[in-house]
Design a protein around this ligand. Structure first.
Ligand code: GRF
Length: 191
């Protein structure tokens, strides 16, 4: 059984979708949800799902020691970033090499990097006049939105689409693919 921690900063609809997908799985358990904001709605979702949650400050997260201790105490094998806005420090990446996956709500390398999160991404896609957007699921390294890409899926962007319309299409792709891709990556860990 692989024990997974999900890191999230906001609403956590992906976290909930992933947790529901793995309910009853004998390969993967969502063991912990970590948030960097005590007001994040993901904490309510964790409570309803019966999953332990912890909150750390941005400072604690950057220093990494407390987070590493929390993860070690709970024997966490793998980390999923689902709408998590802080840059993951090198210490954490070194402790989980090839074992931290992120989802970005656009087709990297387009529309990535610092400040490109949430609605900013969809606004940039519409402003650029792109005819498609989508999701990128990738392992992380020490830069925002870089690291090996595992999976991309696309959706059309119509000339009449607002950023909100694009966000809806991208969310649908996230819910459809992210849990399954996580499962696939975790399945390769022991090989
Ligand atoms: C998602 O679109 C994710 O790709 C992005 O932030 C959003 C988080 O949504 N990085 P939620 O918190 O999972 O509802």
């Amino acid at each position: 059984m692989k024990r997974v921690a999900i890191f999230a900063s906001g609403s956590g609809s992906n976290a909930e979708n992933i947790a529901n997908y793995f309910k009853g799985s004998d390969a993967v358990e969502i063991s912990l949800i970590l948030a960097n904001n005590p007001e994040a709605y993901v904490l309510e979702r964790a409570k309803k799902l019966g999953i332990e949650s912890v909150v750390v400050t941005g400072k604690e997260f950057r220093a990494a020691d407390k987070v590493l201790e929390i993860l070690k105490e709970r024997n966490i094998d793998f980390i999923v970033l689902a709408g998590f806005l802080l840059l993951v420090p090198a210490k954490l990446i070194e402790a989980y090499p090839g074992k931290i996956v992120n989802i970005h709500p656009a087709l990297l390398p387009k529309h990535g990097g610092k400040g490109m999160y949430g609605d900013h991404v969809h606004e940039a896609v519409v402003a650029a006049g792109d005819t498609e957007s989508g999701i990128t699921i990738h392992l992380i390294d020490e830069r925002y939105d870089c690291g090996t890409t595992f999976f991309q899926a696309t959706c059309p962007v119509l000339p009449t689409d607002t950023p909100h319309d694009v966000a809806e299409k991208v969310h649908a792709l996230e819910y459809e693919h992210f849990p399954r891709v996580i499962e696939e990556i975790i399945a390769t860990l022991d090989k």
